[in-house]
Design a protein around this ligand. Structure first.
Ligand code: ZN
Ligand code: ZN
Ligand code: ZN
Length: 356
């Protein structure tokens, strides 16, 4: 905050608050806001009825519970004082931002809190890496069940399979399911396909991309995110060939993800393999995204991001090849950059497993 000339940081709903103090604000019309002055003590402003859920942490922040008839905007404004520069959480509801801006007046300049929190959140400490490893291992167990044929596919809809994968994520220890994309056959060409009533049949590729949040001691949860494709029956040569290219591309990007390598060069490593095989125009998204308390966060593995990977950066490597109207393929693991090389958290079978 000092480096960036920010006097007060204000955090409400969204992942910054649980990441910092282990408490997740209720997404309510009643304001919850942590006020963090650059040179002073932090205060959590919270509705009286939510206060019992807050685990007090003496020396970290104090609690200021307000009554139903109090104006929390006044409370926050009082704690903020005449700070010239305020950074506010990116997910804060406009109703509170607008009221605070009005109350603090035109002499206050505003920043996004992510300018401070994102670079900090992007670099994971050992406990965070272990939390991501546990979440990845749980997602791997579900992927292995899928690949072993334990998740019935033929005759079921994408939506039914999606619900099944979600239940398995919870059974394996996740507190919540964030998404479970199941895309069959031609639907797999849409990277963020919404699972629907398409029934899986022989001759389909089934692309499954799922993840959830696993809670840790202290309240903040860490995310998993994995993609595996299976094929019902023997895949046609063109699909098998494209998968072989995809597999090599994913491998190349994982191997490129060493400390000091610019993010965009990791993206290029996957893209080079896919371009060379002639599928370049069918790889229609970036190679990956950071992951932590949020499914998508810094660093982004994308052209134009010249930031070098540092020890503790955690991110996905997920190239894809998509043929509209026919099929799509994607292969995704979570990787942590470390001094001893890329630490691949997902180890479930990387091949295009054939099921019947
Ligand atoms: Zn995605
Ligand atoms: Zn994914
Ligand atoms: Zn992902």
């Amino acid at each position: 905050m000092g480096e960036q000339g920010v006097d007060v940081l204000l955090l409400s709903v969204g992942p910054d608050l649980p990441w910092l103090i282990g408490y997740e604000a209720m997404p309510l019309e009643r304001l919850t806001m942590l006020v963090v002055p650059a040179d002073g003590d932090a205060t959590l402003v919270v509705p009286r009825l939510e206060a019992p859920r807050v685990v007090p942490r003496a020396g970290v922040f104090s609690i200021r519970a307000f009554e139903e008839t109090d104006d929390p905007i006044e409370v926050v404004a009082g704690l903020t004082g005449a700070a010239p520069t305020v950074a506010i959480g990116d997910r804060t509801w406009a109703r509170f931002v607008v009221d605070l801006q009005h109350r603090l007046g035109s002499s206050t300049s505003w920043r996004r809190a992510s300018s401070i929190t994102s670079p900090l959140r992007a670099v994971k400490d050992d406990a965070e890496i272990e939390a991501l490893r546990m979440a990845a291992a749980a997602a791997d167990r579900v992927a292995s069940q899928l690949q072993a044929g334990d998740v019935p596919l033929v005759g079921r809809t994408e939506a039914e399979i999606s619900a099944d994968l979600g239940r398995r994520l919870v059974d394996e220890g996740h507190a919540r399911v964030n998404f479970a994309i199941v895309a069959a056959g031609e639907n797999a060409a849409s990277p963020h396909h919404e699972p629907g009533d398409r029934v899986v049949r022989a001759g389909d590729v089934v692309l499954c991309d799922f993840g959830g949040t696993m809670l840790t001691e202290g309240g903040a949860g860490y995310c998993s995110d994995i993609t595996r494709c299976v094929f019902v029956g023997e895949p046609p040569a063109e699909v098998a060939e494209a998968y072989e290219v995809l597999h090599r591309a994913q491998r190349a990007a994982v191997e490129a993800a060493t400390v000091g390598t610019p993010c965009e060069r990791v993206d290029q490593a996957a893209r080079d393999v896919i371009d060379e095989a002639g599928y370049g125009d069918r790889f229609i998204h970036r190679t990956g995204h950071g992951i932590g308390v949020e499914e998508h966060e810094d660093p982004y593995i994308v052209a134009g991001n010249a930031d070098p990977l540092t020890h503790g950066h955690a991110f996905s490597i997920e190239p894809g090849i998509y043929t509209p109207g026919e099929w799509g393929l994607r292969l995704e693991d979570i990787v942590v950059a470390s001094g001893s090389g890329p630490d691949q958290l997902n180890v479930a079978d990387h091949s295009l497993v054939v099921l019947d």
